[in-house]
Design a protein around this ligand. Structure first.
Ligand code: GAL
Length: 378
């Protein structure tokens, strides 16, 4: 049972698949410089087919060239860094879905670790181009590198599905305006921030643990270049102030999505501000797990004298929410995101229309539904 598990309706041309020699499927004819356009390839294939069989209708030719045998599709994937809890879950689901649901061969999927280094990731992308991948799924190290990546992939005739780190909105529009085969699949981080704030605002005391009329908080941020970090930071607090809560920020520091940094930042804040801290907001669950270690080490008790929220719904965190050790989290639906990313990658390969942006909903996780969410993710 999956929240957003979709019934696959891939219209792969059954039994009528022509192999397109341009790239993938072990073919050595990959053209990395000339970048034949889809239209040119289609026309050439259509011409060949006509010569082979005078009986074949134009419609059949179209259907045939549009559906590529998934067993021959080569997919290049680069994840910004393997040492990221959430992106590890995402990556595993993505690979599983491509293989088990879409019929892509494991040996035709290349998954690289960007090692949080844009230069390294750029080399991986260039290798994918040289190897003749049919499509790429890219979790950029730096969203600001998107124009370069898109330009190189587009020049090579390779579509790109960006995931998790959203490029600029103007760039997403430029893909449409310029007819570039690129799309973004993600989740609107404003929603996750709002949900975090609401989880606090919906508490009986609205997060005012010490009852002095002001909710004082610390904000443990992800990588601030990331819109996820920016929006979660902004919208969590906005949800609180929208609910009429008076707030004061005591500390805001970047923890780069990392548990150890979350622990250090929270420990320092607790020793500096002590009992004044009512709420610890973390932009993700890994940092919230670190914050929990610091809170416990300082002898504080979540949901009694301090509140703690994260985002992602890692199994450990959802269990903590059930056991009253964390106030809440927000499910970052990597099933929905991975499936949509893979579906859109295959749509590109099969010449179907693909929009420029796909957003998957977040889900609030509190004691009320934690057991249900655990059932979905475990
Ligand atoms: C966020 C997620 C974080 C981290 C980040 C990487 O969506 O909540 O845990 O994985 O993506 O860009």
């Amino acid at each position: 049972m999956r929240l957003t598990k979709k019934i696959m309706a891939m219209a792969l041309a059954s039994g009528m698949v022509l192999s397109m020699a341009a790239c993938g499927g072990g073919s050595s004819t990959a053209d990395t410089t000339a970048a034949p356009t889809e239209a040119a390839t289609t026309a050439a294939e259509a011409e060949d087919t006509k010569a082979d069989s005078a009986e074949t209708t134009a419609a059949e030719v179209n259907e045939a060239v549009e559906g590529k045998d998934p067993a021959e599709v080569k997919v290049g994937i680069s994840i910004y860094q393997f040492a990221d809890n959430f992106m590890t879950l995402y990556r595993e689901e993505l690979e599983k879905y491509l293989i088990e649901e879409l019929g892509v061969k494991k040996e035709n999927i290349s998954i690289m670790d960007g090692k949080n280094d844009q230069g390294e990731q750029m080399n991986q992308i260039r290798n994918f181009i040289t190897q003749g991948c049919d499509v790429m799924i890219i979790n950029l190290v730096q969203a600001s590198s998107e124009p370069t990546v898109t330009e190189e992939c587009n020049a090579a005739g390779i579509p790109v599905v960006y995931i998790n780190r959203e490029p600029e909105a103007e760039r997403e529009q430029a893909w449409v305006d310029e007819g570039i085969k690129a799309t973004y699949v993600g989740a609107d981080a404003r929603q996750s921030g709002t949900f975090q704030g609401e989880e606090i605002a919906e508490l009986e005391n609205k997060g005012d643990a010490d009852g002095d009329g002001v909710v004082r908080y610390i904000m443990v941020q992800g990588d601030p270049e990331n819109v996820d970090a920016q929006y979660r930071t902004e919208f969590s607090i906005q949800a609180l102030t929208d609910a009429g809560v008076e707030v004061e920020e005591l500390v805001k520091m970047r923890g780069d999505w990392d548990q150890t940094k979350g622990q250090e930042i929270t420990a320092n804040a607790l020793s500096q501000h002590g009992a004044k801290i009512d709420v610890v907001f973390c932009n993700n669950d890994a940092m919230a797990l670190g914050a929990l270690q610091a809170i416990e080490a300082a002898g504080r008790k979540v949901n009694e004298d301090i509140y703690l929220v994260g985002v992602d719904a890692l199994v450990e965190v959802v269990e903590h929410v059930m056991n009253d050790k964390m106030t809440g989290t927000v499910f970052n639906d990597y099933f929905g995101q991975a499936h949509t990313a893979a579906d859109k990658a295959m749509d590109f390969v099969n010449g179907k229309d693909v929009d420029n942006v796909y957003m998957v909903d977040y889900v609030k996780v509190t004691t009320e539904n934690a057991a249900e969410i655990l059932d979905l993710i475990k």
